[in-house]
Design a protein around this ligand. Structure first.
Ligand SMILES: Cc1ncc(C[n+]2csc(CCOP(=O)(O)OP(=O)(O)O)c2C)c(N)n1
Length: 322
């Protein structure tokens, strides 16, 4: 598995972008609260960057992504415009969903982004739609479906995997196991140590990967995408990772701080940055330049979002992509 140096640096740029986007989003959220606004739930992707970036690096522009409620990272990794994403967070007209969706409902069909979802596990059956369409039309498009370990105990997840496997649909089901489903720890959620064990019952391959290692994620998803394009059907992948932030800004934190510290020491972003520097795939000056570029881009995105206007109420019934 060869990845060009340029693509490796692009992967780091996307990881920086996701991390900075989340930090800026939290800033805007608190700014809103201070002004007496309530912006609803905001699920941070901070800590999970390697999963979205490693996986989406294996996809083409016209491949599809089904995201979840924790989906900012998937959107950025699939190429969505961060200015429009930031405007969407604030419910502005220039937002990626016209200000009608907010944090959990960002869509960009031109980039294959089929949206986030407030229903836990809701993306798993929806992924069958574009996957079936690609299969029926005999295109070679693949659908990647991201969901959490909490979604993997929903009945619809099992129905979806069974059907995808039976019909050999080109889907990659990617479970981001961040050990917590809101306040429920994994030990109270799963009777199996690894989700991959369930793959056999669906009749598809399953594997486990270190979700904080972007290159490991890339490697495993690359194989799954090749299987899907080759007509061999779905693959179930479990990426073990951790979210750095509390669940969604509005539910009190229940995690042990030592657990958080332990996982922060395995932070995927500095880990990949160190890899590129040590392998001389990037100079320290290039790294600084990249960070600055992303910081500037996020400042610009935040100003764009603040300055954009709210949508007119009578546009709420419009279909944005008809
Ligand atoms: C069907 C459904 N049940 C419950 C909820 C409330 N809820 C929102 S997020 C969440 C936890 C989801 O955990 P997981 O799938 O592991 O994703 P994570 O938040 O860890 O990324 C729950 C229970 C919901 N939105 N939808």
């Amino acid at each position: 598995m060869e990845i060009a140096d340029e693509q490796l640096r692009e992967m780091l740029r996307l990881m920086y972008s996701i991390r900075r986007f989340e930090l800026k989003a939290q800033e805007l959220y608190k700014e809103g609260l201070a002004q007496g606004e309530f912006l609803g739930a905001l699920h941070s992707y901070e800590g999970q960057e390697a999963v979205a970036v490693g996986a989406c690096a294996c996809l083409n522009r016209d491949d599809y992504v089904l995201s979840s409620h924790r989906g900012h990272g998937h959107c950025i990794a699939k190429g969505a415009d961060m200015k429009r994403m930031m405007a969407e967070l604030l419910g502005k007209e220039a937002g990626i969903s016209g200000g009608h969706g907010g944090s959990m409902h960002m869509f960009d069909p031109d980039k294959g982004l089929m949206g986030g979802n407030g229903i836990v596990g809701g993306g798993t059956p929806l992924a069958l739609g574009p996957a079936f369409a690609a299969h029926y039309r005999e295109t070679d498009q693949v659908t990647a479906c991201f969901f959490g370990e909490g979604a993997a105990v929903q009945g619809v997840f099992h129905e979806s995997l069974g059907l995808a496997s039976l019909w050999k649909l080109p889907v990659v089901y990617l479970c981001e196991n961040n050990l917590w489903a809101a306040t429920t720890p994994i030990r109270d959620n799963w009777a199996v140590p690894d989700l991959a064990a369930r793959a056999e019952s669906f009749g598809c391959p399953g594997s486990v990967v270190d979700g904080n290692d972007v290159l490991a994620v890339y490697g495993i998803v690359h194989e799954a995408v090749a299987r899907a394009r080759g007509g061999e059907g779905p693959t179930l992948i479990e990426a073990k990772t951790y979210r750095h932030r509390p669940h969604c800004m509005v539910i009190p934190e229940h995690r042990d701080e030592h657990e958080l510290e332990e996982w922060q020491a395995r932070d995927p972003v500095p880990r990949f940055e160190k890899y590129l520097l040590e392998h001389e795939l990037m100079t320290p000056a290039e790294q600084e330049e990249l960070e600055k570029l992303v910081d500037d881009e996020l400042e610009e995105a935040a100003s764009f979002a603040r300055e954009s206007s709210l949508p007119e109420p009578d546009t709420f019934a419009d279909c944005l992509w008809a």
